[in-house]
Design a protein. Structure first.
Length: 471
């Protein structure tokens, strides 16, 4: 997590709120305080405090007292932020007691309705701003914004008080060691703020602090009604240092308003440090940076914006690299899985191949046997047909089969040559017979009469013998 510091100093002390978080949202981790000798330099005390807190070289938000800025409440005919910024710039050039080069300004909207916006313009002399920035830089801090103590009181109220719309607008009084903030808040927005250069350390002896607080509260109510006539304070909250309960009771009685006292956040302070109020730094610690008033000069805002863009670019680049690395990892895992699967398949195939080869050989032998048997059966059928087709006038004396030529040779005798020819024609009509050829015919005389000896070549079709027919 990133570390951000909220730095504030008064005439008698310096205090630092250490926050952790990121993206404009931070959470308070601790508040540290260090005494500041009368007339002493802020830089050594702040440097010592940062070293004891272990929070050096970090981004920092500086806090300026409300007394060092001036505020003007103006109504503009627009509700758009860009247009309001231009109108505020024009107003500041002509109506503020500082020239554009001598002042730093910012604004916040108090009310917006019916196309009009009531805006509080806050201005501070650039010399004061630069002095605060210089102090932060001298202790090796990186300023990212400058704000006003009133906004710290607003942040504390949002976090610490139980918001009750029926009791708002509420006057919040924060009594510090050497100064006091009086802030009017409604609907979580700062309506007006005042600061006085006196605090709990100044109200000793015979001074009646309650009377002074009543007087300042009355002035604050009057300022609110002057700037925003429709607004009137309905309750009072007192926090910070001193006799909070007694002061809140006196304020409530004198103003005729409900009043209560709320203890401020705890502070880790040095043993020699006097009590300080952590309301301002603690309130700013829990406030989003974009929601606070920023009196940082334009060049500081541009620098902070550039740093943020660079960080976002670096973060996006890191995310892209992470995505690419993840994608590459997934591809590598997928490739490894595929290699493992391929190896498993190869191993299984190697185990199955001999068995498959034996099966294929058995199938081939079986098919060959079936083919041979089929041919033998067909040949037997042909021979049976030959014998069946032999008439009684023909006497067969011999039969031989030449498989190489797919020929059956018939030898015998018949009553006459015509009987032999008729016998040959009859054989040609049999199924499986391709052709019948009379190879020899010879007449002879014997005791039983004249006979004709013959030899017939019967050519069998290839489908019968298992061989193709010759062309």
């Amino acid at each position: 997590m990133a570390i951000r510091l909220i730095v504030e100093w008064t005439q008698s002390s310096v205090r630092v709120a250490v926050c952790e978080g990121g993206g404009g949202r931070f959470r308070l981790r601790a508040v540290h305080a260090q005494p500041l000798p009368a007339g002493g330099d802020v830089v050594p005390a702040l440097r010592a405090l940062l070293e004891s807190a272990g929070a050096s070289r970090a981004d920092a938000v500086g806090v300026m007292p409300r007394e060092q800025v001036l505020t003007r409440v103006v109504k503009f005919p627009s509700m758009k932020t860009d247009e309001l910024a231009s109108m505020v710039d024009l107003y500041a050039k002509g109506q503020l007691p500082y020239s554009k080069e001598q002042a730093v300004t910012d604004f916040h909207v108090l009310n917006a309705q019916d196309g009009f916006s009531t805006v509080a313009i806050v201005a501070c002399q650039r010399e004061t701003v630069e002095r605060t920035l210089s102090t932060l830089r001298e202790v090796a801090l990186v300023p990212v914004a400058l704000t006003v103590s009133s906004w710290g009181v607003l942040g504390w109220y949002r976090q610490a008080a139980v918001l009750d719309a029926s009791r708002e607008p509420v006057l919040v009084v924060n009594v510090d060691d050497t100064r006091t903030d009086l802030v009017v808040v409604a609907d979580g927005r700062l309506l007006t703020g005042r600061g006085i250069g006196q605090g709990s350390q100044d109200w000793g002896g015979t001074m009646d602090a309650a009377e002074l607080l009543v007087l300042e509260a009355e002035r604050t109510r009057a300022a609110v009604q002057k700037e925003l006539p429709e607004i009137d304070v309905r309750s009072v909250i007192v926090t910070g240092l001193g006799e909070l309960a007694r002061w809140s009771e006196t304020l409530g009685a004198r103003l005729g308003l409900p009043a209560e006292a709320i203890e401020p956040p705890a502070v880790h302070r040095q043993p020699a440090a006097s009590a300080v109020s952590a309301v301002v730094v603690g309130g700013l610690a829990g406030t989003e940076t974009a929601e606070s008033l920023n009196l940082g000069p334009p060049e500081l805002r541009a620098h902070v914006r550039h740093r943020r863009q660079v960080r976002e670019l670096v973060a996006m680049s890191a995310m892209l690299v992470g995505v690419l690395a993840l994608f590459a990892g997934l591809l590598a895992v997928q490739g490894l899985r595929q290699e493992r699967r391929a190896a498993q398949v190869d191993r299984v195939l190697a185990e199955v191949e001999p068995k498959a080869k034996r099966v294929r050989e058995k199938i081939r032998m079986t098919q060959m046997t079936d083919t041979i048997l089929g041919h033998r059966r067909a040949l037997a059928t042909v021979l049976s047909g030959l014998l069946s087709a032999t008439p009684s006038a023909v006497t067969l004396e011999g039969l031989s089969f030449e498989r190489g030529r797919s020929e059956v040779e018939l030898r015998g005798n018949a009553d006459s040559t015509q009987v032999i020819l008729d016998y040959a024609k009859a054989l040609e009509q049999l199924e499986g017979i391709a052709a019948v050829e009379l190879k020899r015919s010879t007449r002879r005389s014997g005791p039983s009469g004249d006979r004709a000896d013959f030899e017939l070549l019967v050519r069998v079709r290839a489908a019968t013998t298992g061989r193709e027919e010759p062309e």
